[in-house]
Design a protein around this ligand. Structure first.
Ligand code: SF4
Length: 468
C-alpha cells in the first residue's frame, strides 16, 4: 500500500508560528488592529477549515468583522460541489473590484476546493487581477507565511500544490460557537463517485491519529462543548491505514465522561458496518441518527454513479439499524435526474423512500461538475422535466416525515437548545438525540444547554413542545 499521508512536522509548524509572529509584529506598529471578513461556503468540512483560518488570523493579530467595507482582508473559503456556489463566489469576488479601487490596501484572498481546479484558478488569476491571494486546500496551514509574503513583498501569492494532502495538527482554531464543535477525523476521499468533484479537490483519504482526536474531543467536553460532530467525506472508512475502524474510534470517544451529544458525518453505505450500528445502539452520547446517502433507488443508476452497493445491500443495513437502534432517525441524500436516469428508475427511488421512511432528505437536481465522469455522460432529460420529478419526490417525503414524528407526541425528550427562533425572542430551537428539531418557549439564556421538553405536536420538518 502506498502511504500518502504526510504529517506536517513540528519544525514546519514552528516556521509558520514564526511567520505568524512576524505578521503580528507588523500590525503592532499600526494604530488599529486590522479586520478580516471570512466567509466559508459549502459543507461542514469547509466551515471547520474556516474556523482554522480564523484561528490563524487571530494569532496574527486580526480582529473580525461582518462588514466587507470595514475589512482589511476579505477571504472567501470556497466550495466546488455545486455550480451555483461557484457562480456566487465569482459574483462576490467581482463585487470587490470597486471596493479595492477605493481601498487599495485591502487584501483579497480566495481559497478552498474551488481553486483546486486549474480552470478556476486560471480564470481567477487572469480575469480578477485585484485578487491578491489564491491558495488550495492542501496548504491551509501555511496561511501565516502566505500573508507575510503578501505584506512584505506586495506581490500576488498563488499556491495550489497538487500533492495529495497532509495532516497538520496543532493549527489554532477559532470556533464559531461556544457549545457546538466540528472535529475533522479524516480528510479526502478515495471513492470517485462519478458525479462528485471532492476526490479531485481534496485528495486521497488520510486519517488523523486516534490519540489526537481523543484529546481534542476530551478537551472540548471539558471546555463545556455540548454538540460535537466528527467530520470526514466518508467517516466509515476512517483508520484503514492505521488499523483501527471508525466503530472502534466512536466507541472510545463515547466513553469520555460528561453531558454532550456526539454525531458524525458523512457515512458511505458501502462501508457502513453492523459493528458501527451496534456501537451507536449501545452508545451513551452518540446521536441516534444515521445519515446514509443512498443517492438513487435504482441498481443501474447506482452502478453508473460508482457507488459500489446495491439497493438490497443498502436496505440490509437500514433494516439492521432500525432493528438495533432505538427510534433511529434516518436521513439521506438523493440526486434527481442523474445522466441517463429514466422516469421508471426515478420511481424506484420513490419506492425506496417510502420503504425506508426517512426523517428528512437532502435532495438535489443533478448538476454536472467539470472533470467528473458523469459530466461527460449523455443526459437527455430536460431540466424542466427533472424539476417535475423533484417536486414529486418532495411531496412524497413531506408526507412521510410528518408521519414519522407523530410517535413522539406526548413524550418528554432531552433537547440541546441551540438557537433562538426567527419569529420571536422567547421561541427557542433545539435538537433531540435523534437530531430532530424541536421548537419551544423559553429564555434565550438556555441556548447551549440541555433541557427536557414535552412534545405537543409534530410538523413535517420539526416538533413543537413545552419545557418541563
Ligand atoms: S464518497 Fe462519493 S460523494 Fe462522498 S465525497 Fe467521496 S466521491 Fe464524493
Amino acid at each position: 500500500m502506498i502511504k500518502i499521508t504526510r504529517t506536517i512536522s513540528h519544525e514546519e509548524l514552528k516556521t509558520q508560528q514564526r511567520f505568524s509572529d512576524a505578521v503580528a509584529d507588523i500590525f503592532s506598529r499600526r494604530e488599529e488592529n486590522p479586520l478580516a471578513y471570512v466567509h466559508s461556503f459549502g459543507c461542514q468540512q469547509n466551515v471547520s477549515d474556516g474556523e482554522k483560518i480564523k484561528g490563524m488570523l487571530a494569532q496574527m493579530g486580526y480582529g473580525f468583522t461582518d462588514d466587507v467595507d470595514k475589512a482589511d482582508l476579505v477571504l472567501f473559503n470556497t466550495c466546488a460541489v455545486r455550480e451555483n456556489a461557484e457562480d456566487r463566489v465569482f459574483g462576490n469576488v467581482g463585487a470587490l473590484k470597486h471596493k479595492k479601487r477605493r481601498n487599495p490596501n485591502m487584501i483579497i484572498a480566495v481559497c478552498g476546493c474551488m481553486v483546486q481546479q486549474e480552470h478556476i484558478t486560471q480564470r481567477l488569476y487572469q480575469s480578477f487581477p485585484f485578487v491578491d491571494i489564491i491558495f488550495g486546500t492542501h496548504v491551509l496551514h501555511t496561511l501565516p507565511s502566505i500573508i507575510y509574503q503578501k505584506l512584505s513583498s506586495g506581490k500576488r501569492q498563488v499556491l495550489i500544490p497538487e500533492e495529495n494532502g497532509s495532516i497538520a495538527e496543532g493549527v489554532p482554531v477559532q470556533r464559531d460557537s461556544k457549545f457546538k464543535a466540528w472535529v475533522p477525523i479524516m480528510y479526502g476521499c478515495n471513492n470517485f463517485c462519478t458525479f462528485c468533484i471532492v476526490p479531485h479537490v481534496r485528495g486521497r483519504e488520510r486519517s488523523r491519529l486516534p490519540r489526537d482526536i481523543i484529546k481534542e474531543v476530551s478537551d472540548l467536553v471539558k471546555e463545556g462543548y455540548k454538540d460535537i460532530t466528527l467530520l470526514g467525506q466518508n467517516v466509515n472508512s476512517y483508520g484503514k491505514e492505521l488499523g483501527i475502524s471508525f466503530a472502534e474510534l466512536l466507541k472510545t470517544l463515547d466513553e469520555i465522561e460528561g453531558e454532550y451529544k456526539l454525531g458524525f458525518m458523512t457515512s458511505h453505505p458501502k462501508d457502513c458496518t453492523r459493528e458501527l450500528i451496534d456501537v451507536i445502539a449501545n452508545g451513551k452520547h452518540i446521536s441516534r441518527h444515521l445519515h446514509l446517502p443512498v443517492q438513487s433507488g435504482s441498481d443501474r443508476v447506482l452502478k453508473a454513479m460508482n457507488r459500489r452497493y446495491t439497493v438490497e445491500k443498502y436496505m440490509d443495513i437500514i433494516n439492521y439499524a432500525k432493528e438495533k437502534i432505538d427510534e433511529v432517525a434516518l436521513t439521506s441524500d438523493i440526486i434527481v435526474g442523474f445522466p441517463g436516469e429514466t422516469y421508471e428508475e426515478f420511481l424506484q427511488t420513490i419506492e425506496l423512500i417510502k420503504k425506508v421512511e426517512y426523517d428528512s432528505l437532502f435532495t438535489f437536481i443533478y448538476s454536472p461538475r467539470k472533470g467528473t465522469k458523469a459530466a461527460d455522460m449523455p443526459d437527455p432529460i430536460t431540466r424542466e422535466e427533472k424539476g417535475k420529478w423533484f417536486e414529486e419526490l418532495l411531496q412524497v417525503q413531506s408526507e412521510a416525515s410528518a408521519h414519522s414524528y407523530d410517535k413522539f407526541v406526548g413524550r418528554t425528550l432531552r433537547v440541546l437548545c441551540d438557537g433562538v427562533g426567527k419569529s420571536r425572542d422567547n421561541l427557542l430551537t433545539g435538537r433531540t438525540i435523534h437530531n430532530i428539531i424541536v421548537e419551544f418557549e423559553g429564555d434565550k439564556s438556555l441556548v447551549g444547554s440541555f433541557v427536557d421538553v414535552k412534545i405537543t405536536s409534530a410538523l413535517n420538518w420539526a416538533m413543537v413542545g413545552e419545557m418541563v
